[in-house]
Design a protein around this ligand. Structure first.
Ligand code: AMP
Length: 212
């Protein structure tokens, strides 16, 4: 049983590292970004509410996110633990998760400079069907434009446009970065600096988790 949080700027590699960890640790990744994108695609009421915030690079209101998480963590596949990717993103969300009585073993804060984030984002592609994440250079799919996992089409996220990335980074520094102090105080924060390759970053994460 292991409950983890992946913390970090947009494009820091949370989803990519979470996908590797979920293979190694046998626990699912819960990404609120993926859940919201699926809701938008399906035209659900939650999707309709979230779309404008997401298009503008702003955070979706806490009550929407807390509702999604409370529901998702009750599903069967979460029984042996899970990796939260992209949530919590505000102190309000973290407090709500605490109040629900959920305990975390570790919070991994992936540190990547804003300059590097801006460079990376142009190469990101996501599967429009299953949400899997790729990068044209760092994590290329086996067949260009096609998801390795499900055969779905790979697309660029609308909110990966440079201007939107800038406002998402601002939001990250203002709203999400304070979570580092929040979890440091609980003694579960592990800062992992970006390494030369993504495999090296995975190795650092496994080291801090004592899983190497
Ligand atoms: P992500 O895929 O994690 O980069 O999320 C994409 C967008 O979804 C974000 O820019 C937000 O608009 C929204 N979002 C995802 N997770 C959260 C969250 N925990 N709190 C608020 N907004 C979120």
């Amino acid at each position: 049983m292991m409950n983890l949080i992946m913390l970090g700027a947009p494009g820091a590699g949370k989803g990519t590292q979470a996908a590797i960890l979920n293979q190694k640790l046998g626990i699912p990744t819960i990404s609120t970004g993926n859940i919201l994108r699926a809701a938008i695609k399906d035209g659900t009421p939650t999707g309709l509410k979230a779309k404008e915030y997401m298009d503008n690079g702003q955070l979706v209101p806490d009550d929407v996110i807390i509702g999604i998480i409370n529901e998702r963590l009750q599903e069967d596949d979460c029984k042996n633990g899970y990796i939260l990717d992209g949530v919590p993103r505000t102190i309000g969300q973290a407090e709500a998760i605490d109040k629900a009585g959920i305990h975390f073993d570790a919070v991994i804060a992936l540190e990547v400079s804003d300059e590097e984030i801006m460079q990376r984002m142009g190469g990101r592609r996501v599967c429009e069907t299953c949400g899997a994440s790729y990068h044209l250079v760092a994590v290329p799919p086996k067949v260009a434009g096609v998801c390795d996992a499900c055969g779905g089409k790979l697309v660029q996220r609308a909110d990966d446009a440079p201007e939107t990335v800038k406002s998402r980074l601002d939001t990250y520094h203002k709203e999400t970065e304070p979570l580092k102090a929040y979890y440091a105080e609980k003694g579960i924060l592990h800062v992992v600096e970006n390494q030369a390759t993504l495999e090296d970053t995975t190795a650092k994460i496994l080291e801090v988790l004592g899983q190497n």
